[in-house]
Design a protein around this ligand. Sequence first.
Ligand code: AMP
Ligand code: MG
Length: 416
Amino acid sequence: MSDFVTRSAYPMIPFDDAMEILSERIAPLAPHRVPLDDVLGLVLAKEVCAEGPQPSFAASTMDGYAVRADDSVQPRRVLGEQEAGQVLDITLQPGTCVRIMTGAPLPKGSDAVIPVEWTVERDGWMQTETPVEAGRNVRPVGADLAAGQRVLPAETVLGPAEIGLLASLGMVEPRVYPRPRVAVLATGDELAPQGQPLLPGQIRDSNSYILTSAIRTIGCTPQRMPRIADSREGLRDAILAAVAQADLVLTTGGVSMGTRDLIKPVLEELGDVHFGRVAIQPGKPLTYATVRGVPVLGLPGNPVSTLVGFEVVVRPVLRLMARLQARHRPERDVRLRHGIRHAPERLEFHRATVEYREGQWWATTTGSQSSSRLLSLVGANALLRIPQGVGNLAEGARVRAIMIQEPECEEPSCPD
Ligand code: AMP
Ligand code: MG
């Protein structure tokens, strides 16, 4: 039997120190070329310039008739039809016109387009009562992009508009910071496989599902590893297999002080442990190590600790690895609808719903904050940040709320 150790060898460090250690040690992944279909939400590594002008030919912006503006309202003979995607070999002489479609190149000799709604065509002749000036309804060469123009600066986050621009320039494999690949390793002797009856003392694994879905919400690729029992050899093999195929490894369970909590000793054996306890609630035994150059974050086994740990620690780390500058959820000052009991030793992330009523932001707790009670996160849109050193809070007290359903920004505060 192992000795029951009663004191942790790891100093308890403040949350901000833990985040600083992580951001000092973890770097963005090296950029590489990624197919355009797969770059949504990724960050562009190099600025993009237009090689040539867009459009590269003068094009009609209307369905109608390409004309010589000088002809004014005189009847014009229709020489043919100019559709988009081809170039007719026709030159307009005075008194002639060409039927033309939106996006089609302007035939030689024409300088304006009269919309079809303003015309009548009969027996090969077009008539109009509306004169147009030269250039009307024509998109000139370079109207959208000039040749050589910088289209997107480096570090642009690629959304539909940016991806459309890259496609219009024919850049089907831009250089971007790739999505981190994240391995998820749920550990614990008590975890029963889904779909099999529970034996006495067993529980279902919720953490690996929590993590794979949380990882997907930020567009990263999760890789669920087989569940692993609390044995040194098993954990060693599983962690080595995980670091060989991932940019970040997340483990759950086995980081506390029990005799079967073996993650920390195994990480010590395989690499370097940078911290092993953080003064937060939930999630105190949170552990950070590097194994073969790959960061490993050990999250405690309680499902709430796992998900809150993902939200406040893993998410910003993954966004950093993807070189996103926006890494902070917005925060706002809110007032408590009720008192909260709080032990001052740790920074608490209290699950709550925050809403705007009568000119104020108000927070309501989601009930029991037990680390095993996932219901405390269901429907929660905020984590109330109750700082270390603060005791119980009374109804009406002001606290800071981290808005966990709102997209990240570069600065944490948000306008009230
Ligand atoms: P540990 O961090 O291993 O001490 O586990 C803390 C608590 O979380 C224990 O009650 C475990 O049974 C529970 N737990 C550990 N892993 C999981 C998991 N994957 N899914 C749900 N609960 C878990
Ligand atoms: Mg355990």
